[in-house]
Ligand binder design. Structure first.
Ligand code: NAD
Length: 501
């Protein structure tokens, strides 16, 4: 096991992260002062290192540093901000290998997935670099004859809170649009996977990002996170995580009259009609729930299958599960790694046990790697949509297959959930594909596809999946606010004792 600690130390050296897990505040690596937090290797199930919670004082310093740096950043020409972001994209690409390894080691993410996610982070900075000088307001033909125009202004400092399932991907997803629009950032990654976010911002600073513009807090939600939400410099909170924590975050933000974006969980319906290409639908269904060991907010965790092909498709999926390679996340051949942490592992195990007690037929694999928090691909059948396994986010490689009779039935089951994040339909009938896409409540919906997402396309959900949007031009709207300017160009201004009309 000491080997893996050595890998960690050498990656931290290569990425210039200092001797331990530190927050990054105003360009300096700083040790926190709070309770000890343990970083565990989910494959070896052993401690990698531990570090103190960032704490309230350092969180405050970070917010003040972001506030000061933002004022200068917003004064730069928009094109110059874009140039810096292009440099960041190049620098991330040049450090892609150690970044991906660090993500794989600490988050338990298969290295092949980690490489893709790091490449996507570079793409996010490149994409928003192009937007930096294209954010502008509009001229509105108001009836009073004023010249009325809008400016889209940065908010100031935004506070971002991210989860452990895709740490560097989520950091890039939120930091890039925020700084593109001229904001300063304080970001708190999950205490379980903080290092790649610190590394990303270190690399960005090396590429020209002004020190203090983006600060990373390595620490706990109830202490460090709550302190930053309440700091007066913070103007908006962007939260990615579970509905339970999202509610708490939104309440603290609301108390301080601050807006929030919430990117929460899901229980997405992946709907397969009898006329679909079942081979494609089977591969799609497996990718939807088993990739990333199901630790994905958009995972297709409810598989709705038309009754006439239900037995055939579930048989195909059950056979397909046996050919997925489980193993060490650092190994190139691994398709599914361990569950990212012990807490999540216990949650998934208890959800599977409850489902079995509730009458589910559980199909799974027993040939697991000896070490690690492994949960094999698991298929549950024999449950209705009201079962716990069909209503509660499991966030693991566990899919509940539910039969349906016709289109109306499929839509009703798909929408019978508190969530509204994503979904998909598999069919050869184009009209039906459009009808189902329109009728299922989801922020993202795929037709004969699954899990295609891109920084240029809006992403988000409704109800218990949250509110607001990330990515695309919608993220730029979230990270700016419009100001309306009214100019009276008449020789004698129109002045009324009341509203000017
Ligand atoms: P979580 O809610 O436990 O934690 C998320 C973040 O919130 C962490 O950084 C944590 O430290 C912080 N936090 C915890 N308590 C806090 C508090 N009281 N105040 C402020 N911050 C606090 O979620 P998780 O277990 O890390 O991640 C899994 C969840 O994230 C799943 O529900 C998943 O669906 C969701 N998720 C959603 C999206 C999306 O875009 N919709 C993407 C990825 C993950």
């Amino acid at each position: 096991m000491s080997d893996r600690r050595e890998i960690l130390n050498s990656l931290m050296q290569e990425l210039d992260l200092g001797g331990g897990v530190c927050s990054l505040v105003n360009g300096a690596l700083r040790q926190g002062a709070g309770a000890a937090i343990t970083l565990e290797d989910p494959y070896a199930r052993s401690e990698l290192t531990s570090y103190p919670d960032c704490g309230v004082d350092l969180a405050g310093e970070a917010c003040e540093a972001a506030d000061a740096a933002q004022k200068t950043w917003a004064q730069l020409s928009a094109a110059a901000r874009g140039d810096v972001m292009q440099e960041i994209a190049r620098a991330v690409t040049s450090q892609a290998a150690p970044l991906a390894q660090l993500e794989a080691l600490v988050a338990g993410k298969p290295i092949r997935d980690a490489r893709v996610e790091v490449a996507k982070v570079a793409e996010m900075f490149r994409y928003y670099a192009g937007w930096a000088d294209k954010i502008h307001g509009e001229v509105i033909p108001v009836p009073s004859g004023h010249l009325n125009y809008t400016l889209r202004e940065p908010l100031g400092v935004v506070f971002q809170i991210t989860p452990w399932n895709a740490p560097i991907f989520t950091a890039g997803w939120q930091i890039a649009p925020a700084i593109c629009a001229g904001n300063g950032v304080v970001i708190k990654p999950s205490e379980l996977t903080p290092l790649t976010t610190v590394a990303l911002v270190r690399i960005a600073e090396g590429a020209g990002l002004p020190r203090g513009l983006v600060n990373v807090l390595c620490g706990l939600g109830p202490t460090t996170g709550q302190a930053a939400i309440q700091h007066p410099a913070v103007r908006k909170v962007i939260f990615v995580g579970s509905p339970e924590t999202g509610r708490r975050v939104a309440m603290t933000a609301a108390e301080a009259l601050k807006p929030a974006v919430l990117e929460l969980g899901g229980k997405s319906a992946n709907i397969v009609f009898a006329d679909a290409n079942l081979e494609h639908a089977c591969l799609g269904a497996q990718a939807a729930i088993f990739s990333g060991a199901g630790q994905s907010c958009v995972a297709g965790s409810r598989l709705l299958v038309q009754r006439s092909v239900h037995a055939e498709l579930t048989q195909m999926i059950s056979e397909g599960m046996n050919s997925i390679t489980l193993g060490d996340p650092l190994d190139d051949a691994t398709e599914i790694g361990p569950i990212s942490n012990g807490r999540q592992y216990a949650h998934i195990q208890s959800m599977i046990a409850n489902a079995a007690t509730g009458g589910a037929a559980v199909q799974t694999r027993t040939d697991l790697p000896k070490e690690g928090y492994f949960v094999p691909p698991t298929l549950l059948t024999g449950l209705g949509n009201s079962a716990e396994a069909a209503q509660t986010e499991i966030f693991g490689p566990v899919v509940t297959a539910i039969p349906f009779d016709d289109e109306e039935d499929a839509i009703a089951i798909a929408n019978d959930t508190e969530f509204g994040l994503a979904g998909a339909v598999w069919t050869r009938d184009l009209g039906r594909a459009h009808r189902v896409s329109a009728a299922v409540r989801a922020g993202t919906f795929w037709i004969n596809s699954y899990k295609a997402i891109h920084v240029s396309s809006p992403f988000g959900g409704s109800l218990s999946s949250g509110w607001g949007r990330s990515s695309g031009t919608d993220a730029l709207m979230e990270y700016t606010s419009p100001k309306a300017i009214w100019l009276d160009s008449g020789e004698v201004p129109k002045i009324a004792f009341g509203y000017v009309s």
